[in-house]
Ligand binder design. Structure first.
Ligand SMILES: Cc1ncc(COP(=O)(O)O)c(C=O)c1O
Length: 373
């Protein structure tokens, strides 16, 4: 239970939160969900947003209510939590190879959860079959293909065809298509440079799709892509669905990426770390209760919310503290909202999303798939 629960619905409650607290600006979130849905529909792609961004069942439900066909999961825990909550269309985008996860997800499948897996080796298909046993409802499975990131995935078209053929022969698993995701390219700032680098990777994907078609294994589903490659994915029309994740809340890192050529980024900041000034005894800066333990450190510096303390900048100052420079007149107890550097690892540091509309705290959503397991 969040210590802020007592403030739900209380006038001005969102301004009195115990901090540091992650805040979701609900109108901005809903605008982002609608915008991405509209863009997917325009591109003829389904949307299966990545639930690693927010790790939150309640937010996943918002995405599905707004038109998504399901959500993706990366870790075993994300997959289990979303499947337990009966979120529809849970695509686990990492090959699941640990016994405890395999057993838990196999049970959830037998209990009726809607799960799709990815495979990048035939050996793992063997393991899953032995755990699943005979089932009237084969578990949907995609071939995971590496198109250039080198993280997971079949390393060649021939390997992808072999895994697809093996899945097609399976009685416990049902061959449903292909996944191919490339991470680093998502964050290339310049659109043309990103399009050129990623374009070569999509050529590799097309080569594999041709090999699958030649083997009579043309995939029904081709899943992949992220917020950074969305415009290119929409243009190339290879994917049947997008796995974009960060678009829903945005962060400082993605804000610098030119998502659509010649257009301002259409997604709004919907995630903030609400922090408070704890000391104002030094000239030129104040100390706030937001440090390494509450905002991720792997991206650019967090930014003070636009318009809140004009001209002020944030810098880290240890585990629990940060400094805000240039905020004239700022006093102990004042609120400082930070745009987070990188949304995914920031969310993973917290237990709750505080859902606000202006000064009102509407709800508190547990970050129930939080953690690394
Ligand atoms: C497999 C996969 N798909 C989709 C995404 C979503 O990417 P983004 O947050 O850049 O939209 C990620 C993010 O890391 C991912 O690992």
């Amino acid at each position: 239970m969040s210590p802020n629960a007592r403030l739900i619905g209380v006038p001005g409650g969102a301004l009195r939160l115990v901090t540091p607290a992650l805040v979701i600006d609900l109108p901005a979130l809903r605008a982002n969900l609608a915008e991405m849905n509209r863009r997917c529909a325009g591109a003829g792609m389904a949307l299966r947003p990545h639930g690693k961004t927010h790790k939150c069942t309640a937010l996943a439900r918002e995405q599905v209510a707004a038109g998504a066909v399901g959500v993706c999961a990366t870790t075993g825990r994300e997959a289990i939590v979303y499947a337990e909550a009966r979120i529809p269309g849970v695509l686990v985008t990492t090959p699941i190879v640990q016994r405890a996860h395999i057993e838990a997800l196999a049970s959830l499948h037998h209990e009726g959860a809607d799960i799709t897996l990815v495979f990048d080796t035939i050996e793992n298909v063997d393991v899953w079959e032995s755990v699943l046993g005979r089932t009237a409802r084969p578990l949907r499975a995609l071939v995971d293909l590496d198109i250039g990131m080198g993280r997971t995935g079949a390393a060649s078209p021939a390997d992808a065809v072999a895994i697809a053929r093996r899945l097609e022969r399976s009685e416990e698993l049902g061959y449903a298509g292909l996944q191919a995701y490339s991470g680093r390219v998502q964050h290339i700032l310049d659109y043309r440079e990103r399009r050129s680098t990623y374009g070569g990777q999509l050529d590799r994907l097309q080569e594999t799709l041709a090999a699958l078609a030649a083997a009579d294994l043309a995939p029904a589903v081709v899943s992949g892509g992220g917020t950074g490659t969305f415009a290119i994915d929409a243009e190339r029309k290879i994917y049947t669905e997008s796995q974009a994740g960060s678009y829903c809340v945005m962060d400082v890192d993605y804000d610098a990426v030119e998502l659509f050529p010649g257009e301002p980024n259409p997604y709004r900041f919907a995630l903030y770390l609400r922090s408070s000034v704890v000391s104002a005894n030094q000239p030129g800066y104040v100390s706030i209760n937001a440090g390494f333990k509450s905002v991720s450190t792997d991206g650019p510096l967090p930014r003070v919310r636009e318009g809140q303390w004009p001209g002020a900048t944030y810098r880290f100052f240890g585990d629990e503290f940060g400094m805000m420079d240039g905020a004239a007149g700022c006093e102990v107890g004042d609120i400082v909202d930070l745009q987070t550097s990188h949304c995914d690892p920031t969310v993973n540091l917290h237990d709750f999303l505080h859902v606000v509309d202006g000064d009102t705290l509407l709800d508190i959503w547990p970050i129930d798939a939080r953690g690394t397991l």
